[in-house]
Design a binder for this molecule. Structure first.
Ligand code: GUN
Ligand code: ZN
Length: 431
């Protein structure tokens, strides 16, 4: 029944621009008693709730009272196969990969394992109000099929791809330049641009790919430039030393991607903490995006992302959980960690900036900012409805707030899946 209209009533939050680039009052619009009209999977009107109700008497109404209605959260960097090893103790990046991650990813040769974990993963995302993801899979095509199948079953706009690795990984978890190319090409043929799905060409990171494999990935992206390309960049100092030992003539980490055509619009570089000036300049010039993964960066001990500096320079930056190096599925917990990391670097991010990063910022990093990540007429109706008093401590703090941002900030800092009152995906109520 595509013509059935649905009206969501509550507080609404949307963005007219980037709150890092203009005053908050111009960038963000909050309606105390707002309404969002949905029809055929899209937002068709936003405005005053009572006026929309009077003008649309036939609409099915969901009145969420004081809850906050916004775009659903967008997680721009995750590893769905690591769901089962989230919160594994005591290691930094390279040891963590070898001890926990690689053995777990080996299991995804089994289609049943991949199917079960993909189901759990998307259920957890939706429980946390995350309506879009950009995820690494494993080297196994089975893992990619499971990921896209489960996303499509839920109607979600997601991106992802086969993680390619042809060295420095255990038996059972290595492909070759040719098989990585062939498998990725076949998988993108099956899934890319089918409904709301987008393929991301995915070399894991240069330490686990030979130059030949990176060249094959660059060639594939050149043939399919409407795909995304995702990888890791400059996450930890020992990783950067390792990269230099493997690519002795590289001027810096980005060079190991750039020389093979793996930068540009549609490229997402996860972490990007320890960047050199040349790397920052080339990332900006090339239109590549950076993805900040704050719970992962503290959990694995990687370092402090320079949000203020990179945004001031004009970089495209998204926000992400990096599950399971990240320690939470919640983009609220992720915003809180981003706030804390920025504080350690001397900047207090405004709640509007944090919320924008978790929605429109991540959507733009995924080159989907015109489709998701904001409430606007014509945008796809991916929506989260948040209870801003979801626990006793949050409720008592929000009750003392003198304005909207002060009432939202306790949920950003202390909220989790208990704050999720409802989730809509493509105009359908999911939660
Ligand atoms: N670098 C290469 N692979 C990974 C991964 O799976 N997680 C994180 N956090 N960093 C990586
Ligand atoms: Zn990652």
């Amino acid at each position: 029944m595509p013509d059935t209209a649905t009206l969501l009533l509550g507080q609404t939050l949307r963005f007219d621009g980037d709150p890092f680039a203009m005053p908050i009052e111009q960038a963000a619009r909050h309606d105390r008693q707002g309404g969002v009209m949905i029809r055929a999977g899209h937002v068709v009107e936003i405005g005053d709730g009572a006026a929309l109700r009077a003008a649309n008497p036939q609409a099915i109404v969901h009145d969420y009272g004081d809850c906050l209605i916004s775009a659903g959260f967008v997680d721009a960097h995750a590893h769905y196969p690591q769901t089962g090893i989230i919160a594994s103790w005591g290691k930094q990046l390279i040891d963590w990969l070898n001890t926990y991650t690689f053995p777990e990813e080996t299991r995804f040769a089994d289609q049943d394992v991949a199917d079960a974990v993909a189901k759990t993963y998307f259920d957890l995302c939706l429980a946390n109000g995350t309506t879009s993801t950009c995820s690494f899979c494993t080297i196994h095509p089975e893992s990619v099929n499971a990921y896209f199948f489960e996303a499509a079953a839920r109607g979600m706009r997601v991106a992802g791809g086969k993680t390619c690795m042809d060295r420095n990984a255990p038996d059972g978890l290595r492909d070759t330049p040719q098989s990585a190319y062939d498998d990725s090409k076949a998988l993108l043929g099956s899934w890319h641009a089918k409904g709301r799905l987008r393929y991301a060409i995915t070399p894991r990171f240069s330490p686990t790919s030979t130059p030949e494999q990176l060249a094959a990935m660059g060639a594939l992206w050149a043939q399919h430039p409407d795909c995304l390309m995702q990888t890791h960049l400059s996450e930890q100092l020992p990783e950067i030393d390792w990269m230099h030992s493997l690519f002795p003539d590289a001027v810096d980490y980005l060079d190991t991607y750039e020389r093979f055509g793996l930068i540009g619009k549609g490229a997402l570089f996860g972490h990007a903490i320890h960047l050199k000036d040349r790397e920052k300049a080339r990332i900006l010039e090339s239109g590549s995006a950076l993805v900040h993964c704050p719970t992962s960066n503290t959990f694995i001990g990687s370092g402090l992302f320079d949000m203020a500096g990179l945004k001031a320079a004009g970089h495209t930056v998204g926000l992400a959980t990096d599950v399971g190096g990240g320690s939470s599925f919640s983009m609220l917990r992720t915003m809180a960690a981003a706030y804390e990391i920025a504080q350690l670097r001397g900047t207090a991010l405004h709640p509007a900036q944090l919320y924008w990063l978790a929605t429109q910022g991540s959507a733009m990093a995924m080159d989907a900012g015109h489709q998701i990540g904001n409430l606007g007429v014509g945008m796809e109706a991916d929506i989260v409805v948040l209870d801003l008093a979801s626990t006793p401590v949050i409720a008592q703090r929000a009750a003392r707030a003198s304005g909207f941002w002060e009432s939202l900030f306790p949920t950003i800092m202390m909220g989790d899946d208990r704050a999720t009152r409802a989730v809509w995906v493509n105009g359908r109520e999911m939660q």
